[in-house]
Design a protein around this ligand. Structure first.
Ligand code: GRG
Length: 296
């Protein structure tokens, strides 16, 4: 079972994370310029992309690239693309027709700051810009399917359609999270491993690792929702918090069971890394632990 918050070890993960995230932030700053689109649109794209965020998906791409022996820079285009796809989905998710949230990443949501038409277009434009960047490598295919009707959009549709349902099965919940969250994390890591020159077998191991990490992310999110430290609780506070929302603790029979499932997913993710050079696998090993033990 997951206990405590200790991810400490010999490897300095904090330092790795901040150095790779800094590099991605610089690249995103260059990749999303103001000026090519009507100013307000460009500004609103930058507003959301450069608003912070943990940069989990780009770091997955960079770390997977390095895992298979590639240079971190080789993953910059796909890493930026993964973050743009993610940010585009967050902008749309916050809009009144979706989750209707006023706050995102500690500031006003895009549609609150720029208005709904601009927010809608900023999401669209970021999705398109993502593929402009990803097209540089053969990794674009995976990111494309992870973003579309077989990925994030499908998961969101499943989520919306199950809202208010009397009973949501565990299979449905798993479908939602695999599509909404795991597919994009998987494609982020896989695209990094591809541009890093990984063999087919290595890419497949990275894929299985990231799929577990994606699901783990969501199980932990649900646990944090219950234990009350999630940012999401603060975000929805004052609104009609979805009391009857399907969550892992609810469908698995309690927080302890959900934690046990998270521990299982973490172990499965780490097991996929065992076949790689131990030192090279450290960033992804710690990234999985970071996601498992995060407190918000
Ligand atoms: C435009 C691709 C696209 C899809 C449109 C609106 C929509 C369909 C999908 C919403 C998908 C969604 C909100 C999935 C949840 C993903 C998730 C786990 C968000 C939280 O990610 P963190 O914690 O956030 O990594 P930060 O801010 O740290 O990046």
């Amino acid at each position: 079972e997951l206990k405590g918050g200790d991810v400490a070890g010999v490897f300095d993960f904090e330092r790795y994370l901040s150095s790779r995230a800094d590099a991605v932030n610089d690249a995103l700053d260059r990749a999303v310029p103001v000026g090519t689109a009507p100013d307000r649109l460009g500004e609103s794209m930058r507003y959301s992309v450069l608003a912070g965020g943990k940069r989990v998906r780009p770091v997955l791409a960079v770390a997977a690239c390095e895992l298979v022996g590639g240079d971190a820079d080789a993953a910059t285009p796909v890493a930026c693309a993964a973050e743009m796809i993610h940010t585009s989905s967050l902008i749309h998710d916050d809009m009144p027709c979706m989750d209707d949230d006023d706050l995102r990443r500690g500031r006003a949501s895009n549609h609150v700051a720029f208005g709904e038409p601009t927010a809608l277009l900023a999401g669209d434009a970021l999705l398109a810009l993502a593929f402009h960047h990803a097209a540089a490598g053969s990794a674009a295919r995976g990111l494309g399917s992870a973003a579309g009707a077989g990925g994030v959009a499908a998961g969101q549709a499943g989520d919306k359609y199950s809202e208010g349902a009397a009973h949501v099965s565990l299979a449905t919940l798993e479908y939602i999270h695999v599509h909404k969250t795991a597919r994009l994390m998987e494609a982020s890591a896989v695209s990094g491993a591809i541009v890093g020159g990984g063999t087919d077998a290595e890419v497949e191991r990275v894929r299985r690792y990231a799929r577990c990490v994606g699901l783990l992310f969501q199980v932990v999110d649900d646990v944090l929702d219950v234990t009350g430290t999630s940012e999401q609780l603060g975000k929805t506070a004052g609104k009609d918090v979805e009391a009857d929302k399907a969550t892992y603790p609810k469908l698995l029979g309690g927080v302890d069971q959900a934690r046990a499932y998270a521990a299982e997913l973490l172990a499965m993710a780490e097991a996929e890394l065992d076949g790689f050079d131990a030192e090279r696998a450290e960033p992804l090993r710690y990234l999985a632990r970071f996601i498992a033990y995060r407190q918000h």
